[in-house]
Design a binder for this molecule. Structure first.
Ligand code: ATP
Length: 367
């Protein structure tokens, strides 16, 4: 069993830099957990502490049932794949992949079997005699993964392994790592700053900011129920639109008022918003929850606002509209057939059952 757990782990670098603060994370056996967040949020530090490449200032790290705080990296039975591949330039692919096993004095036949097995899994059998400089970025990354596989570790750690690849290769390798996880059934922890990688690969996602875990959830829960404005804005592309305004009541109905437009809040949300009536609040709506009225069969006028379309970005199956409401700008993601003219005024319909409200002081989700 190779669960990994971090208990109250903090890391303070010299100069009182708190890279991570009181991290509590339990990764289940065979789970694929992705740690995601912006640059400098402490993702790599967290992973390096699991690997033993960095020592925690406070807290405990367990791999399986073993407390590994004082266990050196080579004895942790983990394998790590780095962004820069870290291949030995003077060794062939075969030598690179077998190096760790040879160092550990595995019998030659066992080494050979494992390297060939891993090469077959990754489709690099024909590259075994090449030098790293004779490989493409994607092939080098496969070799780096292969070197990790041959060790048969109980935990794989990936630190931004796809960042140096072009967009197409990234998508391909993403799928391959996903398949590898299914095939190997091994615990994997994967660090990335790319929310798409996180959403598509993770059984669960850990969102970090400023060294602190913001939320741990499976992809859909993270998307639908972000705990705060940071998570709501970080996960999803284009990001959620945020608009500052106030909640006002009139004739027993409640509206979100942004200054120029107002939209009616659905009754089911009102109890949770009770303390915010007549106060400033942040309204959030995802681009796909805004519709062009021309394509909506019945739109309540209370959910409809007027905006100017400033930029039209056709993406193929969908179109991103950059809109100006007079006071705010926002992005809508509409169907590929919808092509308004630039600078055209249009009516937009908000799906008010999908909106979120955030506290303007704490940024926490209210409803
Ligand atoms: P990136 O995506 O840019 O790699 P990250 O989320 O992985 O960022 P870390 O590399 O874990 O972030 O760094 C977290 C914080 O700790 C940053 O503020 C960084 O500057 C700081 N830090 C990391 N390593 C050291 C070090 N060896 N000495 C001092 N500060 C460090």
């Amino acid at each position: 069993m190779a669960q990994v757990s971090l208990k109250n782990v903090s890391k303070v670098f010299s100069g009182n830099v708190w890279a991570i603060r009181d991290i509590n994370l339990g990764v289940e056996n065979k789970e694929f957990v992705v740690i995601v967040g912006p640059s400098g949020c402490g993702k790599s530090t967290t992973l390096r502490i699991v690997a033993g490449l960095e020592e925690a200032t406070q807290g405990d790290v367990y791999i399986g049932d073993q407390l590994v705080n004082d266990v050196p990296p080579k004895d942790r039975n983990i394998a790590m794949v780095f962004q820069n591949y870290a291949l030995y330039p003077h060794m062939t692919v075969y030598e690179n992949m077998s190096f760790g096993l040879r160092l550990r004095k595995y019998p030659r036949s066992e080494v050979d079997t494992r390297v060939k097995e891993a090469a077959a899994i990754l489709g690099i059998e024909k590259l075994l005699n090449r030098m790293p400089r004779e490989l493409s970025g994607g092939q080098r990354q496969r070799v780096a993964v292969g070197r990790a596989i041959v060790r048969k570790p109980i935990v794989f750690l990936f630190d931004e392994p796809l960042s140096n690849l072009d967009a197409k290769m990234r998508v391909q390798m993403r799928t391959e790592i996903h398949k590898l996880h299914i095939r190997l059934q091994t615990t994997m922890i994967y660090v990335t700053h790319d929310q798409t990688e996180a959403m598509t690969m993770g059984d669960r996602i850990v969102v970090m900011k400023d060294g602190i875990i913001q939320q741990i959830a499976d992809p859909m829960n993270l998307y639908d129920k972000p705990v705060n404005k940071f998570v709501a804005g970080f996960i999803g592309s284009p990001p959620m639109n945020f608009i500052k305004g106030a909640i006002i009541g009139k004739d027993g109905k409640f509206y979100f008022n942004e200054g120029v437009f107002h939209v009616r809040i659905i009754d089911a949300m009102i109890p949770k918003l009770d303390a915010y009536i007549n106060k400033e609040i942040i309204f959030g709506i995802r681009p796909e929850d805004i519709y062009d009225k021309l394509f909506v069969s019945s739109a309540p006028p209370e959910n409809t606002i007027r905006a100017t379309c400033e930029v039209v970005e056709p993406m193929g199956a969908e179109v991103y509209l950059h809109l100006n409401t007079g006071k705010n700008t926002m992005i809508a993601k509409v169907g590929g057939h919808d092509r308004p003219e630039v600078n055209q005024d249009m009516d937009l319909v908000f799906d008010m059952s999908k909106v979120h409200f955030f506290d303007k002081d704490t940024d926490n989700l209210i409803v």
